[in-house]
Structures are given as C-alpha cells and as structure tokens.
Design a protein around this ligand. Structure first.
Ligand SMILES: *Cc1c(COP(=O)(O)O)cnc(C)c1O
Length: 477
C-alpha cells in the first residue's frame, strides 16, 4: 500500500455526502412507511428460509453503495418483517417505536458513545438519571428509587435478583452459592424471565417456587407465607419474592401491599415486575396498580412496552442502589477514575461493561409527549380494550376469560381449543391483524393487547369483526 493510500479519503468512513443523500431517503422512507403502514400485512408472510435464500451466501468483496443497500432493504428484508409498529399489531403487547424515539435512535448511533463510566460521556449517565427520575415521578414511585436503564426486563429482573442475593449476609459474590438452597417465590403466572434469572444465578429451577393464584390470577399471600415457613423448616434459604403488576398472560396484578408485609416480616427482597403494567400508573385512575410498591426493594418498568420508546429500554428502579452496586461493581485498574466516588459509573449496575445511550430516547419520548400526552394515550388504549370487552360480552358465541385492568383482553370462542387455534391462525395469516394466544388454566385463549399509538377504535372493531366472521364461516361448531 502506497503512502498516499493511507489517507482518510481512501480508507475512512463512507463519505458524509453519500450518507446525507441516503439518510434523507431513509427518513423519507420512514415517514412514508408510518403513513402507509396499514397497507402492509401485519404478520410477515414469508416461509422459513425465504429471506436467507434471497441473500448472497458470501460477503461482498467490494463495498456497495448505500443506495443499493437501501434498495435491498426494501426488496428483500421488508417482506420478512412482522410489523410491530402496525396499528393492528395486537399480539404479545402492542408497542410503538414513536417518531421522537426513532429520531433519538439516529442521534444515539451518530454519537456512538459508550456510557460505561461517567467520564466516557457525562451526559449519557446524567440524561439517563434525569429521564429515569422523570418517569419515577410520573408513575408515582417515591424518592429513593433510583433508576438505571437496561436492554430488557429480563436483564433488569436478573440484576434485581442478583442484588437480592447480594443482600444475604453470606457473601455469595465472593464464595459462591452456599450448601443450603436459595429459594425465591413467584406466582404461577409470573413471566418466564424470572425463572430464567433463577437459572442464570444458580438458584435452579427447583428453587423458583411457584405460588398459586386466586380466581383473578393474583398470587395468594397466605400460600406464600406457608411456602416460606415450609422452606425454612426444610433448611432452605428464602431470599426473594417477585410480584407481578400486569402478568404477561392475563395482566393480573399481584396484591403487592400484602406481599410487601410478608417480605418485611420475613426479611426478603421484594422485586416487582411491572414491565408492562407500570406505565398505567401515570393515570390517576390506575395509580392503584403500584399500591404497595413504595415498599418494594426494586421494580422494573419497560418504556419499550407501553411508553412509546423503541426497543430496547427497560428501567430498573432500586431502593438500595448501594446493594445493586456491590453486587456488580468490579473495577480493573484501567477503568479507575478519580471521580468514582462522586458520580455514577453505569458499568457498576449490571453484568455488561458497555452501555448504549438509551437515556436519550427516553428523554426525547417523555419530552415530546409530555406526561399529560402519555396519560391521554394510555387512557385511550384502556378505553378501547374496555369497549372490546363489551362487544365480546354481548356475543353469546364468545366469552371473556379474565379481567382486563389494563388494555389487554383475553377471551375465547365457546367451542374447543382447535377452533380457537384456527381463529388465531386465520387472523394472523390474513395479514389484516395480529393477535396472540395464551393458556388460561389449561384453556386455549385468544389475546388482544392494545398499545400502539396509531391504533383506533376502527382497528379494534375491524379485528373483532374479522374474528367473528372467521368463527362463523369456518368452524365446525
Ligand atoms: C414482556 C414482559 C417481560 C419481558 O420483557 P423483556 O423486556 O422482553 O425481557 C417480563 N415481565 C413481564 C410481566 C412482561 O410483560
């Protein structure tokens, strides 16, 4: 290589002129995409392997123009996309990557900071602190809960339970797990991420104790107390309870005040999984969902679920920041900084060293909508879900299977599981809407979760009519 080739012009980044042209096109495309998203099938219609077969098996030897790559994004990648940003995406949880969030993601990538230490970008730490504290106030958690952003609730819960384990006076971090089994307690409706945290932490699935639920799918505090007493007699070491505010299947709200009393008496860490339901606490009408959570030791809420922030953004609130930090802080010589005692170094609060600047998108989203804007939108989602419940109730062929404290409705056609499965598959294959299914005490259930900012009551009505017409035309019953 000649000396003249070792220059930025020859070897540097793709030029900013080409970038600008492609970026303008991409932004135009995004606007058009969001404006016309209803025209697309919600569920991707490709078969397994289609996308992979459409792409070269070997990497390009020569670089290609950004324009050509965008062309192929539209032509080859998009058919394999299930449109989570679609207003008729009602599966799992309806979510929105909102325009302020999309904009922030672009800027986050441009800055490309790693927020591992305060000094590696003071603003990455401090904007995150401020945005998390705004959200804390918006959902009514008391002062003393400090927030840190992780990729997902799965990570947040894992880290919360690592802190719970650290709070035991037996030095697990240093010595490893003790001979006695650590035991943690969840309802039988809890999210699989809690059990997964038990796997990762070495607690073991056998020691993730599933407590039974009442007729509204809420953890039974009496059963919890009995299980703890039984475990102590057997020589086990109870250490944590995970309550759920808005379970994933039917969005039940565990009785956190009663569970908090048990945890206080038994000296157990209480972690609250409010990944979805926590957002509803911005509403006065739904403040009750976080009742008792001021007594929790930690709580997770996902702005990427019901707060319009592009995936990924999960806030872990902890009332004992020092314990979370002592669970994870490990500073090699080359990461030591003189200001470490007076600032927050984000690497101290989880397993990963590197940190994306996720606080920026939460800050953009909270500013662009305002808390009042978030309230009105979340209230509208809840109201649409209640309207859907009324339609289902009025139809003798269908039945509701659980209460809907939020914006999720769980129901079924009054025939067998196979018919309900057929409805689910036909709705999704139609591309008109996407719904999901769940198991409610052994019964196959259909599930509609409303959470997209573009969803209107017409979208909900059209989806309900589609379900009814499928049930009338194609079922054996
Ligand atoms: C969605 C959900 C999770 C998992 O969230 P991730 O961010 O995808 O890990 C955990 N708990 C509850 C209650 C959820 O609804």
């Amino acid at each position: 290589m000649s000396r003249s080739e070792i220059s930025v012009g020859q070897l540097g980044d793709i030029g900013t002129d080409e970038f600008r042209a492609a970026a303008h096109r991409a932004v135009e495309w995004i606007g058009q995409y969001l404006d016309t998203i209803r025209d697309r099938p919600v569920l991707s219609q490709v078969a397994p392997g289609d996308v992979r077969r459409s792409l070269p098996t070997v990497p390009p030897e020569q670089g290609e123009a950004l324009e050509a790559i965008i062309d192929d994004f539209e032509r080859l990648v998009l058919p394999g996309i299930t449109h989570w940003n679609h207003p008729r995406f009602f599966g799992y949880f309806g979510i929105t990557g909102s325009t302020p969030g999309i904009l922030a993601e672009l800027l986050i990538a441009a800055l490309n900071v790693n927020g591992m230490l305060w000094r590696t970008s003071p603003a990455a730490t401090e904007v995150e602190e401020v945005a998390c504290d705004w959200l804390r106030q918006a959902i009514g958690l008391p002062v003393g809960f400090s927030g840190v952003i992780n990729d997902t609730a799965s990570s947040s819960t894992l880290y919360a339970l690592a802190a719970a384990r650290e709070a035991l006076p037996i030095g697990v971090r240093q010595h490893g797990m003790p001979a006695a089994h650590l035991r943690m307690y969840v309802s039988e409706e809890a999210h699989s991420s809690v059990e997964k945290a038990g796997i990762v932490l070495g607690v073991g699935q056998d020691n993730v104790v599933k407590i039974s639920t009442d007729s509204a799918f809420r953890m039974d505090p009496d059963e919890l107390e009995k299980a703890i007493a039984r475990d102590r007699r057997a020589g086990h070491l109870p250490f944590a309870v995970v309550a759920t505010v808005g379970t994933t299947s039917v969005t039940a709200v565990d009785p956190v005040p009663a569970l908090a009393r048990v945890c206080q008496a038994e000296k157990l860490w209480l972690h609250v999984d409010a990944a979805y339901g926590g957002a509803a606490a911005v509403l006065d009408s739904h403040r009750w969902v976080l009742a008792g959570c001021d007594q929790a030791d930690s709580l997770v809420v996902n702005p990427h679920k019901w707060l319009f922030t592009p995936i990924d953004c999960s806030v872990l609130y902890c009332r004992h920041e020092d314990v979370l930090k002592s669970a994870f802080s490990l500073t090699p010589a080359y990461l030591k900084t003189p200001e470490a005692d007076s600032v927050r170094n984000l690497m101290d609060y989880g397993a990963s060293l590197g940190r994306r600047f996720r606080g920026l998108k939460l800050w953009f989203v909270l500013r662009a909508f305002g808390i009042e804007g978030a309230r009105r939108r979340i209230a509208a989602h809840i109201e649409m879900a209640q309207e859907l419940r009324r339609w289902i109730e009025a139809d003798a062929d269908f039945e509701l299977l659980a209460p809907s404290p939020f914006s999720t409705v769980v129901f079924r056609h009054r025939s067998d599981a196979a018919d309900n499965e057929r409805i689910h598959d036909e709705v999704n294959r139609s591309g008109e809407a996407l719904i999901s299914h769940t198991d409610v005490r052994g019964v196959y259930a259909l599930r509609i979760a409303i959470g997209n900012l573009r969803t209107t009551l017409d979208d909900v009505r059209a989806t309900w009519e589609l379900i009814r017409s499928i049930s009338q035309s194609s079922l054996s019953a």
